[in-house]
Ligand binder design. Structure first.
Ligand code: PMT
Length: 397
């Protein structure tokens, strides 16, 4: 969603300025083009070279620098922006903007732009609560500025309270939200992601290589597009996507319970999880000991087919499954579409380079009811997620 977007990142002078470096890295990783504008005070905390290295673009610091102005003027910075983000935004800059003062490159650019502006303030708690600062923020919000409130905690100045800059991931998520169409607003999307673990004994289990990245990407995208998003997650190492309600489960049985509990509220249900098809028929209470002369035979039984069960009574919900295949991709996926009563199935040939488990990309084919097949090229899992949501929205119209 940030691919090719022009982001003006304003950095003001505060101890949290170092977090803007990580934010720049997140934008660049998402293929955005980042132009950093630093106030004079910001340069006391972090050098322009850091941002130039991370963004790959010259850093803008001076309104009256003839060289910078001839290379790219403050007006063209303002015009090229898809969004302007100020992190950290100090009480000083907020006050200047609220008062209509444009006396440096950052405030001039912000006042000249027509792009959305997101301010992420960070300051001492007393400054944050100061009624002048509160009035200034209100004035800016009344004029369309978006403000991501600071979080509470121990502040660099030694005070405890509200004033810490939110984590870069939260500012990144808010940026995405502002640049993303709100086309899933009012809908509830239920997603499963990751593997399940079926325990053999207290120390061993049966599982698979799913990292959860595909399902988490769908959850993050659905949430950014305005949906209430419920993510039922098997064990993964991934951070909870901002704004998503996550329910952690371990086994197929637990995933079934969580999915069936939430399915009746959902408008769209997407099962990207790689559920273990079999589990040990019995789970040993104690660690199974190795026997020197006997091979071990493990009796397995089927796990519940969660998707098929939801498909039997899906009501008005759009039901989407995934199929991870190593052979006969289309035939196997088409059979699952039919057997599980799905509206759409996403088939990934996991033997292909760049597709399937664990990587950041996928190559998928979308099989619709009625036989239509759509082939998508290799793309990031985030891009697959958004393409998939576009198609699902098409089905609901
Ligand atoms: O998590 P990543 O590392 O990013 O990898 C992504 C992925 C490869 C796991 C994902 O893209 C994917 O293909 N997920 C489905 C994998 C799978 O288990 O496919 P399946 O063909 O076994 O199952 C078909 C569908 O039935 C799936 O939607 C599955 O969630 C569902 N199912 C399967 C078995 C079962 N007992 N209950 C189910 O609900």
């Amino acid at each position: 969603m940030l691919q090719g977007k022009e982001i003006i990142l304003g950095v003001c002078g505060g101890i949290a300025a170092y977090k803007a470096a990580e934010l720049t890295r997140l934008y660049i990783k998402a293929n955005a083009n980042v132009h950093v504008v630093m106030t004079r005070a910001a340069q006391e905390f972090i050098t322009p070279l850091t941002f130039q290295t991370l963004s790959g673009n010259p850093v803008h610091t001076d309104l009256f620098n003839l060289y910078q102005e001839s290379e790219i003027s403050h007006i063209s910075l303002a015009e090229r922006a898809d969004i302007c983000v100020v992190a950290p935004a100090t009480a000083n800059v907020i006050g200047k903007l609220a008062g209509g003062i444009a006396d440096d490159l950052l405030t001039t650019t912000l006042m000249a732009t027509r792009a959305p502006i997101l301010l992420a303030p960070a300051m001492n708690v007393n400054m944050w609560e100061n009624s002048i600062c509160t009035d200034n923020r209100q004035r800016l919000q009344n004029n369309g500025y978006r403000i991501l409130d600071p979080i509470s905690g121990m502040l660099a100045c030694g005070w405890e309270g509200k004033g810490k800059l939110p984590e870069p991931a939260a500012i990144f998520a808010k940026t995405l939200e502002l640049l993303t169409p709100n086309d899933l607003a009012g809908r509830t999307v239920l997603i499963s992601a990751g593997p399940t673990r079926e325990e053999i004994d207290p120390v061993r289990f049966i599982s698979n290589y799913s990292s959860g990245k595909m399902g988490y990407a769908i959850a993050a995208a659905a949430c950014q597009r305005g949906a209430r998003t419920i993510l039922v997650s098997g064990p993964t190492c991934l951070p909870q996507p901002h704004g998503v309600e996550r329910i952690d489960v371990t086994s197929a049985q637990q995933m079934r319970t969580a999915m069936l509990n939430h399915a009746p509220q959902a408008d769209i249900i997407i099962k990207a999880a790689a559920v273990a098809d079999y589990r040990p028929a019995t789970r040993a209470d104690q660690k199974i000991k190795k026997s020197d002369d006997l091979d071990m035979i493990l009796a397995l039984e089927k796990t519940p087919d969660i998707l098929a069960e939801i498909g039997e009574d899906k009501g008005r919900a759009i039901l989407v499954g995934f199929a991870a295949e190593t052979e006969n991709l289309l035939d196997n996926a088409a059979a699952k579409l039919e057997q599980k009563n799905l509206d759409l199935i996403v088939a990934n040939d996991i033997s292909q380079e760049g597709a399937g488990f664990d990587g950041d990309t996928n190559i998928v084919r979308l099989l619709y009811r009625g036989g239509r097949i759509e082939e998508l090229p290799l793309m990031t899992k985030e891009a697959v997620a958004n393409q998939l949501l576009d198609r699902i929205l098409g089905l609901t119209l």
